[in-house]
Design a protein around this ligand. Sequence first.
Ligand SMILES: [Zn+2]
Length: 605
Amino acid sequence: MRFFKNSSLAVFFVLGLQLHAQPRSDYWQQRADYDIRVSLDHKTHTFTGQQEITYTNNSPDTLEKVFYHLQFNAFQPGSNMDERSRDLPDPDRRVGSRIAGLSEKEIGEQKILWLKQDGKEANIEHWGTILKVTLPAPLAPGQTTKLALEFRGQVPQQIRRSGRNNSEGIHYSMAQWYPKLANYDRYGWNTTPYVGREFYGVWGNFDVRIDIDKAYTVAATGVLQNAEEMGRGYSTSKKNGAGTWHFRAENVHDFVWAADPKYIHTTHQVEGGPLMRFFYTEKKGDPAKNWEELPKYMERFFQLADSLVGPYPYPEFSFIQGGDGGMEYPMATLMMGRGKLKGMVGLAVHEAMHNWFYGMIATNENRYPWIDEGFTTFVENIIMQKLFPEEGVRASNPHYSNYLGYVQQYEAGKTEVLTTPSDHYLTNRAYGIASYSQGCLLLNNLLYIMGEEDFWKGFQNFFRKWAFHHPHPEDFIREMEKTSDLQLQWFLDLWIGTTQAIDLSIDSVYGDNNSTHIVIGRKGDIPMPATIGVVTPKGVELHHVPIDLMYGNSNQEGKHHPFWKWASRSYTLTLPVPFSDVSVVMVDPYFKTADIQRDNNRWKK
Ligand SMILES: [Zn+2]
């Protein structure tokens, strides 16, 4: 059958079957299928649109109201985003005080003209970037309703993520552009005002029709339904249609699009993966060359991510020049397009990797930014080390840069606890260290605690089970526990619920002609198992000391010893080796943990 000719479609079909599988017996999630029609006037940068959401309440609660995100309203002087940016000691330089200086013609706007539930007008209240809707007919558990509305807005001058005329001249970066239903989960409504980051959407299908001047090429989430008519690289057709762009995306929770009259559109089919699309305007020099080089790196990326985590199930993925920095969306990324090759590949790898952690593992980013950013960074570092191998410390610890950032922040006494809501960290730096670095190091520490084999098995089990859902941290650690048959909740609780750190040391080494005694110390407050390397004339011997909190032992290299009681500050390891033979002793000799003080890890005769 033709349908199965493309292996990625076959994978989509297989994973599609699992969409309805229940990852946990008491789990439920809402569903919202979008039908949107938008018309953009490129002369005034304003747009009008109609939207209908088919909303299914799978929760056990009757809903009397619903909320929408109206994120373009953040780009107005005096908005929460503006106030927050001017209040932070280290604001994002792309924002700074730029919002305060926007004129009427440059601000962003998203206004709902009316909203009807099953044809009946609902009461609506605009609260900045949030719309509160009182439903005329409360929605009972298991019920489906139609929420129709008309919206009107203005595309802001590009400040952050979306807008017009970005710094590389891309006309429209349309992220966070439509009235987006807030998610309702077991913690209730997620009504976080938009102050610059973090998203959480409802699973569903998006059917989007875009009208824009015929000079433009449009790139978007999903698959173009009228490729023959529109041409412009979507089909071999020479005619570039002037009609409506019709995209459809299945099982996603957001939708981005971008438009520029000068987009060059190239494609590359990943063997065993998606069709990649590249949209860029660079015609000359290194930037143009880099965009031409990108496909071969990204083909390897998809194959590596597939084998490390699990399959990318969608038929297409688009790399779109636009926005600022790089930002993830389902089946697409908006990214800057004039960096150096390695930087651009790194950016593309990070943003595309988000389609696993954000795209498919769709956690609440306001509550758990360390999952989407940390897990993405963790796999990104490993893949980048494979694409651009580096010697030295990065060869054994590809997360070295994240480790250094974390230690620096820790030593300055400025780490903040990872349960801080993402918009409320005291500094942008603390948010960055917590979400990207500590989130990444959480996994690297677990990889050490569990042993490589069980870690990757557990990681893949978690992905397979929770893709297309909204897991919480306990769902992740539970899957790791089930795979490894080890108790691990203690580590998650300490790593995300406190600012305690890991610091093991070799306190003393002594002995006689028959044996050597090694005293291992716990200087940090987080208990950890210990791997000890002992150098003798015969070479390096490895010894492993598990910790009682695990109630089991992981599959680690080296000779295994009786467990360490977690409350003890020290552990004495006795080896049947003459003391005179021992020249060096090290704890964590291969740099597998985020031990904050490595100077005390080594003893030398
Ligand atoms: Zn990211």
